[in-house]
Structure formats: structure tokens, C-alpha cells
Design a protein around this ligand. Structure first.
Ligand SMILES: [Zn+2]
Length: 311
């Protein structure tokens, strides 16, 4: 389906046209090569990006390595996620958070999806506001089990206006339950993405799409702006922003991602193509491993993600 201009993948001619095309060697660091691209340069990768045993992206994401968070019950979410990314074995392309509510469910977010969701959120702030409704559930239940929100997120597709996302188990109070709740934040979206694969490694597994990521940012913002219950303190209102259950990438990491989308093509064996989401996820894993969490991730006080350079 055709995407809106702001979201569509670049065509080969747009990536290479008028640019000096550089071919890296198989032993070059692609992270360094992509990072070093000047605006008038493009990269043509003429060898497989994924490890040999995975002949396609889907297999890599299903059976390749992953970052795992949620094991240490005391670590705050951002720290647990940063540590999971740090400890993950390269190559990896997604992060899973294991729920401490039921100890069965895991939620998985592809690294590329994390940034696509950030971009969608930035777009919505400028162009088509995300609508948040809720919280549903009574106040007494929310303290222990978190809140439910229904969220309308604009679509990147031209022909689809909005996606409906339902977020559950969102912590709203600065109490002990928040330490479990953030690992068990669940979401469903009406798009196809969340249905298209499950790895089968876990008894219960959910895949977050970019609409869910964008919806979560909108809910976090909504909660910091609105006192939803009379007894909520200023600290309580910050809890959803504290509980973000996926990595928030830094401005420089997003700069690297922008280059992956706008200045890199790959030979898939049959044809030349822009990098797909799976390959971008793998290269984001490589980036995180090479640069470290200080560089790759957003930290409090950094520029707001809506003010990053998105193109
Ligand atoms: Zn979706």
C-alpha cells in the first residue's frame, strides 16, 4: 500500500541520483560507513547484511538473537532496556520485555519499529493529533493493575486514516506496582503488522507495531499534562513517561537511521533495493553495540524527539 510522502521509502533513483556511490568491502564496518556518509554520497552494499544462516529478514528476526529486558526487578525501565541492549549478542534486531505480571507474556519490538513509532509520533504532533481516550477501569483497580487507554493513531498509509490501539496495564501511580506493571504493558492494534509473525519461543508473545509505539508516547504526554485522578501527585503524573517499555533512540542514532533510509541500497541477490525494516533493525543493533548506550539512547534533558530532524 502506498505511504504518505513523509513515510514512504525512497526510490533507488532518489537514493543514488546525483550522489557519489561508495561500495564498502565485506570487512568494513557498515556502522562506520553509514555514519560517515556525506549528503552527496550513497552506499551500495553488494554482500549479504544478515548472517549466512538466515536467508531472509523474517528468519533473522524469528531465529536470530534478541535483547532481553525485565529480568532484574529493581532496575528502572530505561536502565533495564539499556542494559539489555548492552548485553545482547550481536547480531540482534529486536528487544523483548518479559512480563513480571504473569511471567509468561513477552512483548517484542523491532529496533526499526522503535524509531518508526517515534517518527509517527513526531508527525502526529505536527500534522494529525493522536487522540487518547481513557483511562478506563476504576481508580482502585488502576493502582494495582494499571490503566487502559484507547488511542487513535494516524496511519502512514495514504488510504487508511487511523489505526486503533488499545493499551493496557499502564501504570499511573508512583507506587511499588509500577515496577511490575511496566514489564506487562500490553497493546493491540488493528493493523496487520502485529499478526504477521510470532517467533514461537515464548508461550505468549506480542509484537509491538509503530502505531503502538506512537500511541504510548501520546499517552505518556497526555498523563503528564492531565491530572487524571484527584489524588494523583506530580510524581504520579510522570510515571507513564518513566515506564516506556522500549528503547528511545538518541538524535544521533536517528541521524544514522535517516541515512539508512535515504542513502543506502543493498543487492539482495536478485535486485537492488533500499534497506528493509529487518535489515535496518539489524544495523541498529550493530550501531547500539558499537556506539554504546550513552550515544545510542535518549537521556532526560536531551532534545525532544518531536524536534529531531525527521525526513
Ligand atoms: Zn499497528
Amino acid at each position: 500500500m502506498a505511504k504518505k510522502e513523509f513515510f514512504r521509502d525512497k526510490r533507488i533513483s532518489e537514493i543514488t541520483g546525483g550522489r557519489e556511490v561508495i561500495c564498502p568491502g565485506a570487512h568494513d564496518s557498515l556502522v562506520d560507513r553509514i555514519n560517515a556518509l556525506a549528503p552527496d554520497q550513497a552506499l551500495y552494499i553488494d554482500f549479504p547484511i544478515l548472517p549466512k544462516q538466515f536467508d531472509n529478514t523474517r528468519k533473522f528476526l524469528k531465529y536470530g538473537n534478541e535483547a532481553r529486558a525485565g529480568v532484574n526487578p529493581e532496575a528502572p525501565p530505561a536502565e533495564a532496556i539499556a542494559r539489555a541492549l548492552h548485553d545482547a549478542q550481536v547480531p540482534f534486531g529486536s528487544i523483548v520485555v518479559r512480563s513480571r505480571l504473569d511471567r509468561l507474556t513477552v512483548t517484542r519490538t523491532m529496533l526499526d519499529t522503535c524509531i518508526e513509532g517515534m517518527k509517527l509520533y513526531a508527525y502526529s504532533v505536527q500534522n494529525a493529533p493522536i487522540k487518547v481516550a481513557g483511562p478506563y477501569r476504576g481508580q482502585s483497580v488502576i493502582k494495582d493493575f494499571g490503566a487502559v487507554f484507547n488511542v487513535d493513531v494516524p496511519s502512514e498509509e495514504r488510504k487508511i486514516e487511523r489505526h486503533r490501539v488499545k493499551l493496557s496495564n499502564v501504570p499511573l501511580y508512583d507506587v511499588d506496582s509500577k515496577k511490575q506493571l511496566w514489564t506487562g504493558i500490553e497493546a493491540v492494534c488493528d493493523c496487520d503488522f502485529t499478526r504477521w509473525w510470532i517467533t514461537g519461543r515464548y508461550l505468549q508473545e506480542r509484537l509491538f507495531c509503530q502505531h503502538i509505539v506512537a500511541a504510548y508516547y501520546a499517552v505518556a504526554k497526555f498523563c503528564t499534562r492531565n491530572r487524571l485522578f484527584k489524588d494523583q501527585t506530580a510524581e504520579d503524573m510522570k510515571v507513564p513517561s518513566w515506564a516506556v517499555p522500549f528503547p528511545i533512540f538518541s538524535e544521533v542514532a536517528v541521524g544514522y537511521w535517516n541515512k539508512m533510509r535515504a542513502q543506502v541500497i543493498v543487492n539482495t541477490g536478485k535486485m537492488r533495493k533500499p534497506l528493509n525494516s529487518g535489515k535496518r533493525s539489524k544495523l541498529l543493533g550493530d550501531y547500539t553495540a558499537a556506539k554504546g548506550k550513552e550515544t545510542a539512547l535518549w537521556h532526560p534533558g536531551d532534545k525532544k524527539i518531536i524536534d529531531y530532524n525527521w525526513y
